[in-house]
Design a protein. Structure first.
Lengths: 117, 109
């Protein structure tokens, strides 16, 4: 159980293109999802917390107009990288926590490799 | 920030037991300790979680002393496929989690 699915797993596009990444919790509901970015040989960096039915909370230094997050249902959050440029190339990972009592660990998707040419 | 401190890297050999320590001196009452494993180009995979004392599952054991300021992940009889980065995290359902640098574990034949 507790499977998080990301799509696409890999995308290459031209500079200036907007790219949408989907994150789905397949067998549980998640009121909160998280988006991370990871550069080669580095740790995961939290970008934003996605809240179902409300605005996302962005970490300091993350441009909210650049990285649009929508969490329209309890099983789906999307991250749109608008007008992507080569410096946005990275590995984007989402996670979700099972809503319920007690401390539930976060479960992560398998990531999306974004390459901007 | 709720970061933890771990060794940057460790090396071991197949069949050995590997213990990775983690320091979390400022752990909060509501925090659990959660360990994740990450392979290249994949998302982190949940290994084990605990609050105090000892927790064991089919892949690892987690030891947390009474003061909860540190923890140790124990991997019994490692194999080459255990080569990965291991992250120790302070985790509370009420808050976001912040990743530290992790421990890059290399297993040799």
């Amino acid at each position: 159980g507790a499977v998080v699915s990301q799509h696409p797993s890999w995308v290459i596009c031209k500079s200036g293109t907007s790219v949408k990444i989907e994150c789905r919790s397949l067998d549980f509901q998640a009121t909160t999802m998280f988006w991370y970015r990871q550069f080669p040989k580095q740790s995961l960096m939290l970008m934003a917390t996605s809240n179902e039915g409300s605005k996302a909370t962005y970490e300091q230094g993350v441009e909210k107009d650049k990285f649009l997050i929508n969490h329209a249902s309890l099983t789906l959050s999307t991250l749109t990288v608008t007008s992507a440029h080569p410096e946005d190339s990275s590995f984007y990972i989402c996670s979700a926590r099972v809503s319920g009592f007690g401390n539930q660990p976060q479960h992560f998707g398998d990531g999306t490799r974004l390459s901007i040419l | 920030l709720a970061k933890t401190t771990q060794p940057i890297s460790m090396d071991s050999y197949e069949g050995q037991e590997v213990n990775i320590t983690c320091s979390h001196n400022n752990i909060a009452t509501n925090d659990y300790i959660t360990w994740y494993q990450q392979f290249p180009s994949q998302g982190p995979r949940f290994i084990i979680q605990g609050y105090k004392t000892k927790v064991t599952n089919e892949v690892a054991s987690l030891f947390i002393p009474a003061d909860r300021k540190s923890s140790t992940l124990s991997l019994p009889r490692v194999s080459l496929s255990d080569t990965a980065v291991y992250y120790c995290l302070r985790d509370s359902s009420a808050s976001k989690i912040i990743f530290g640098s992790g421990t890059r574990l290399s297993i040799r034949p």
